[in-house]
Design a protein around this ligand. Sequence first.
Ligand code: PRX
Length: 638
Amino acid sequence: MPLEHSRIRTFEDYQDAYRRSVENPEQFWADVAEPFTWRRKWSSVLKADLVVGRNEWYGGAKLNITENCLDRHLASRGNKLALIWEPNDPKTRQIRYTYRELHQQVCQFANVLLNNGVEKGDRVCLYMPMIPQLAIAVLACARIGAVHSVIFAGFSSTAIADRVNDAQASVVLTSDGLNRGPKQIPVKRVVDEALESCPSVRRVIVVEHLGWPVHMQEGRDVWYHEEALEAAKTCPAEEMDAEDMLFILYTSGSTGKPKGVVHTTAGYMVWADYTFRNVFQVEENDIYWCTADIGWVTGHSYLLYGPLLNGATTLMFEGVPTYPDAGRFWEVIDKHGVTVFYTAPTAIRSLMATPLDNVLSYSLDSLRILGSVGEPINEEAWHWYHTHVGKERCPVIDTWWQTETGGIMISALAGVSPTKPAHAGQPLPGVQPVLLSQEGQEIEGNDQEGYLAIKAPWPGIIRTTYGDHERAKQTYFGPYPGYYFTGDGARRDENGLYRIIGRVDDVINVSGHRFGTAEIENAINQNPNVVESAVVGYPHDVKGQGIYAFVICREGACDTATDKPHVEASIIETVVAEIGKIAKPDKIQLVSGLPKTRSGKIMRRILRKVAEGETSNIGDVTTLLDPAVVDEIINGRK
Ligand code: PRX
């Protein structure tokens, strides 16, 4: 993409683009989409329905997103670096691919998929480390029209099985093992365990990474490097409809199991491309680094698709911020001359807690823009980032968005629009946020707070939840018909800048990862010692929110003082097995009862107060079935 196309350079440009995007969205988004490689242009730009949640962009168009990420750049950027891979261990080999090399790698992987019977529309699940083959495999799926569904490689085998079964995937891509800081994890073994209950999977393609011996199931499992020997390095791209599924990404909501958020081809492409270019103000020579894992939406839109669509150089990091020491991020920035850096508040907070020398001993001269994503960034972290990393020279942009929005929705455009600590800022062109009262009335004016909703579709809007549109409709379009409901609360300050306050539903955000309280409760309840549980979030210095679980044990399971630590440890084990380490409760309090109303509803408001330590201000408990239980819970608070 020419970097100057639909480019916002000044605040006046922003105001002008915003106005045009609201006055005539179809014209605006037709202009933005013009320079992509289309096999056939669209017959209509937008068919909108925010009541049933059926929104279509660029209907009738034909394209392949990888032609836009790769082929399109070969003439002018063939020898430019597309991907830099920095390994977990700084002493081992980096990998660098130019656009030409990446194109070949993707084509070769695509041929391996084709040779293994993968067809257009098939779902392929990826459970892989942050190695180049993960990026390559995602693009290879898109190349042949298979739907990729990446599962973060920290989820447990049960969580994998849930996702593979929901997507009815026929093929799983994985590796022998993965590195995470000082640890090595046998990924293939986790997949094997999961697949015992996944009858839809007929092929597993294993990428060799650690060189570990793994069990290969005859007739099902093959090594990528063996398959690649037979695979050509050219592969024509499959022609896709604009609204053909590009990927499914599972994310947690307030009820039940994680749902498969579906994004389709053309609208997602335009949105990832446009938001990346304008928010990060990308220039041709940038070295751009997004620290997110490809297992999350940030990795999809801003490690992979957004940068490659723009012909940028994207850096992919296998490791963690604290290995081999807490200066690793800064070392990588200096080593590769990173100019634009995009990370999560939780990483900043964890590094802030280490000696300042870890950051001060690096020059960080190359940096020009800093971004934040995934959770509210508190003022202290914002200032630390701005002062010690950005040396007060780099704008810090706080980007608000969601898996469901496909790309950034509310954010300053770096160096172009105003920033304010802990505020995401103003909406991007095409995004019309409103604050709603609980009853669904729009709250006008500035200096106001309410439920954040979006009043018109944008190209990256969620299309459906896989296999169950009713769920998408109820979750996002049902609460306030005519609006997309975000699930977040927000404040619009006196100048119209948005500050995201946090979730207003039963979703908690732990280190930038979303979990439904019901999802964690369901996991805890699988433990044989447990009768019932209730989970709430509470403020946590590093993670943003921690997980606090109140648990009622089966009679006789924890009668003695020595039973308790044993039961707590076994509850943690259960959650790790059901979901993964990332959902481990930080605190478990064993209780004899939960505060319930007479109709049996748990009053989470009370539990939240206890978890937050606000016990002097617990509020009205007279409607409870058994008010005495509250005192017991307060007294036993962890
Ligand atoms: O609560 C908001 C929070 O993360 C949620 C979306 O989570 P997920 O779909 O996993 O996507 C994360 C990466 C885009 C939102 O509903 N959130 C995300 N970014 C911010 C944020 N909260 C405050 N400020 C942000 N910049």
